[in-house]
Design a protein around this ligand. Structure first.
Ligand code: CP
Length: 331
């Protein structure tokens, strides 16, 4: 069957999952599933021929950059990679000028700016206000909507699309010495999963609280969806009876300007690791997820991430298919 991309989302920004309805997010996952099958069959899916997307990175990336670049190529489009420090953004060029000018050059703008609380989301929304082409959030301080939608697709694939309501996902902080990681991946899950019927428990030591407005939003959508949203300081309690565990590190909100101090405090909680003992607390068919890169030996042991309950590679693969769907639907 020939590929047909609905035009109901054409021109729309994708900055936070809250900007799209449940039906719109499900449409993107369904299109991603279609693109995935076609990719596996080796079919051409050139629905964005002669289109250009600009990828602005204020932070490093493996999956996001490559899924957008490869995905654009597979759709017939071209992706320009721009390290923000090599652009005039580093000299303070305004988001207004960025939005207006890039809109006259191409068909989509994607931005990653995730390590400074209060900055990335504000920048993207300012670019989007002036752009006449869609703006996609490749991870900001508030949300990682490209990761969250890939995670949801992976959960739907693993358990069955109509078999996820009432399942428990434990989004837990874990110790990592590599760097003070953004808060947006756990926040993105906490804000999206309740809307699709999952019960969410968030676990972290004292001091690693998520942003208050994301917590308030998550409580609101969980109440609307009739799902549970709980918080605990006990990793074991979060894992107990979980269908999905998602243990990863994030930094202390007020210490992103002093990452060394955030990492120093993290060392006191080295016992916040996902290991085989903790995996035994899950339901029998429970799974381990992580957006990657994982700090092996700190956030998670090798036997867990490489073990039979880990679905991190299908999860990472779905970053490609979902970002293709987002580009195909909006550009
Ligand atoms: N999960 C994720 O966003 O990976 P990258 O940081 O490599 O893009």
């Amino acid at each position: 069957m020939s590929l047909s991309i609905p035009d109901t989302l054409r021109g729309r920004d994708y900055i936070e999952t809250r900007d799209w309805s449940v039906d719109e997010i499900q449409l993107a996952i369904d299109v991603a599933g279609d693109l995935k099958q076609r990719f596996k069959r080796g079919e051409a899916t050139l629905v964005l021929q002669n289109k250009t997307i600009f990828l602005f990175f204020y932070d490093k990336s493996t999956r996001t950059r490559n899924s957008f670049e490869a995905g654009a190529t597979q759709l017939g489009a071209h992706a320009h990679f721009i390290a923000a420090e090599t652009s005039q953004a580093a000299h303070g060029e305004s988001p207004k000028d960025m939005g207006i000018i890039l809109s006259s050059y191409g068909h989509g703008i994607a931005i990653r700016h995730d390590l400074v609380p209060g900055e990335g989301n504000t920048l993207m929304r300012a670019v989007a206000e002036h752009a006449t082409i869609p703006v996609i959030n490749m991870q900001c301080d508030v949300d990682h909507p490209c990761q969250a939608i890939a995670d949801l697709m992976t959960v739907q694939e693993h358990f069955g699309k109509d078999n996820i309501r009432g399942r428990k996902i434990a989004v837990s902080w874990a110790h990592a010495p590599s760097y003070a990681k953004p808060m947006s991946a756990p926040q993105g899950l906490m804000m999206l999963m309740p809307r699709f019927g999952l019960d969410v428990v968030v676990a972290h030591p004292p001091g690693w609280d998520l942003m208050p407005d994301t917590v308030e939003y998550a409580k609101k959508v969980a109440a609307e969806a009739g799902t549970k949203l709980e918080f605990t300081g006990d990793m074991d309690a979060a894992f107990e009876g979980a269908d999905i565990v998602y243990p990863k590190s994030w930094g202390i909100m007020d210490l992103f300007g002093e990452p060394e101090e955030s990492l120093r405090r993290s060392k006191k909680h080295r016992d916040w690791i996902c290991d085989e003992r903790r995996m035994k607390l899950l339901k029998k068919d429970g799974v381990y997820m992580h957006p990657l890169p994982a700090d092996r030996g700190n956030e998670v042991t090798d036997d867990v991430i490489d073990g039979p309950q880990s679905i991190v590679y299908p999860e990472a693969e779905n970053r490609l298919h979902t970002c293709k769907a987002l580009m195909a639907l909006t550009m």
